[in-house]
Design a protein around this ligand. Structure first.
Ligand code: ZN
Length: 486
């Protein structure tokens, strides 16, 4: 059909003109076409897939779109603005005057705003819903995109209560298509998302891509409370620096990309705020440009750390952050992601580690695992559950079942991650694929510690971990009850 061909050409043109990219990655065109055909779309794809393009591009081709996107992503907003696309965001940091201007524009009948990013909490407000109804009646509400859709599921690891009321969209605006995007969803989480949003599974266009990231190197390094693993990390980082600076071809390549050869951009995730600052200071004392990032820091300091890091500025090579950092940040040249201790879930680990190597070049994902940390994490989870206990007792029937399931889901995900760390009998890429229910064996060409050197892995584990006997004594003595998460 000539019409269809024209539309495809428009997509290519917009991709080049607005996003400065020469071609689509596999499946992106199909997802975008389905969205423009006004289908409900569910896209599950690895972190490097380029999911945001799938709702950003339709917002430009299909004039007049307003997409409440349910994850706050200032970095995305900034990059869309740099491409001269009129986007807006309403969140807790938006000044009232700016907020009013956005809301006025939305209601005017011919809004200039093409994409609106809002939080799920904002979507529960009556006055915002009223405005959405006005926009809809003016036929200007073209699509609703929900990013990080796994958060919707009560079986997922990152559930937020305000997601529960999102069935509002399909109920009120059955003719407005929805897009759900996520990197991680087991079959059960996927079903739950679909039910929560009141989507019709029979009509839904489902696109699933493998979770495999062959350019990432997964590695578990073993630690114990006995020994500080800082020197191990510093030695690794210095070696990584040396490989870049002593290779003239690589240095030329980096210079052509306007990147410093001595910059190895990375993220270190830690569970504790106090570690962010002390670890960043320690690295700086050793000549590494490191900045802390956590919710307790002043807004200006956080914004500066993020901007410097995204722009590859000197002194901003490594961000030491709590787990909130990185959602929606589109930085392609992250060369490593390190977990300073075991994170709370396998989903969380996969997503955070997945922020490395989005440019398709090699990225290293190191998880420092210690059995004392494992016991601390389990303790913290138990305490968290106990805090919610009164609410459990009050809820009855289905509510209680759901809450029970949430507790089980979190515990299972931590258990799965512990098993991943303790495992010395198989490929890490394969273990991750299995967890997400994939049948096919993912490729791994020496891209994990087991495939690279299984014998050495066993030896390092024996040497590096505290014994189970010792840990069980510590548990009995109640050693691991002092720390608090953020
Ligand atoms: Zn492997």
């Amino acid at each position: 059909m000539p019409g269809k061909k024209k539309a495809q050409q428009d997509l290519d043109f917009t991709l080049r003109r607005v996003f400065g990219k020469q071609s689509f990655r596999p499946l992106q065109r199909e997802v975008i076409t389905a969205a423009l055909d006004r289908e409900d779309v569910f896209l599950q794809a690895a972190t490097s897939f380029g999911k945001s393009l799938c709702f950003q591009l339709p917002a430009i081709v299909d004039y007049g779109i307003i997409s409440p996107l349910l994850a706050l992503m200032n970095n995305q907003v900034a990059s869309m603005r740099a491409a001269n696309v009129k986007v807006a965001t309403i969140n807790s940091t938006t000044p009232p005057s700016a907020k009013n201007a956005i809301l006025e524009d939305l209601q005017c009948g011919h809004p200039l705003t093409r994409l609106l990013y809002v939080t799920p909490e904002f979507c529960t407000l009556d006055h915002f819903r009223k405005i959405l109804r006005v926009i809809h009646s003016q036929r200007e509400l073209s699509r609703i995109a929900i990013d990080e859709a796994h958060c919707i599921s009560e079986w997922g690891h990152d559930f937020r209560p305000s997601f529960k009321s999102l069935s509002f969209f399909k109920r009120e605006f059955p003719d407005v298509p929805m897009m759900c995007l996520t990197a991680t969803a087991t079959a059960r989480v996927r079903e739950d998302i679909i039910t929560t949003l009141a989507l019709d599974p029979a009509k839904l266009k489902l696109f699933t891509m493998t979770t495999s990231r062959p350019n990432l190197h997964y590695e578990v390094r073993f630690k114990s409370d006995e020994e500080d693993h800082y020197s191990d990390f510093l030695a690794w980082l210095r070696a990584a620096h040396a490989r870049r600076t002593t290779n003239p071809a690589r240095a030329d390549q980096l210079a052509a990309l306007n990147q410093r050869a001595d910059n190895v951009p990375g993220i270190i995730y830690t569970l504790f705020r106090r570690d962010c600052e002390s670890l960043a200071a320690r690295l700086r004392a050793d000549g590494i440009g490191a900045k802390p990032y956590h919710a307790g820091l002043p807004h200006t300091e956080r914004a500066d750390a993020l901007a410097g890091w995204v722009e590859n500025r000197a002194g901003y090579d490594v961000i030491v952050a709590t787990t909130a950092f990185g959602m929606g940040i589109d930085k392609e040249n992250v060369r490593f992601v390190v977990h300073w201790q075991i994170p709370k879930s396998l989903e969380g680990f996969y997503q955070e580690a997945g922020r490395a190597g989005r440019d398709g070049k090699a990225g290293v994902c190191i998880l420092y695992y210690g059995r004392e940390d494992r016991d601390r994490a389990a303790n913290m989870m138990a305490r968290d559950n106990a805090r919610r206990e009164p609410a459990f007792r009050e809820s009855v029937g289905a509510g209680a079942v759901v809450q029970q399931a949430q507790v089980m889901g979190r515990a299972k995900s931590l258990q799965a991650l512990v098993a991943y760390c303790e495992n010395t009998a198989g490929c890490r890429h394969e273990a991750i694929a299995k967890y997400f229910g994939e049948q096919a064996k993912p490729p791994c060409e020496w891209a994990c510690d087991w495939c690279k050197d299984a014998v050495g892995l066993v030896r390092r584990k024996e040497k590096g971990l505290a014994s189970e006997e010792w840990c069980s004594t510590q548990r009995e003595m109640g050693t691991y009850t002092v720390n608090e998460y953020d």
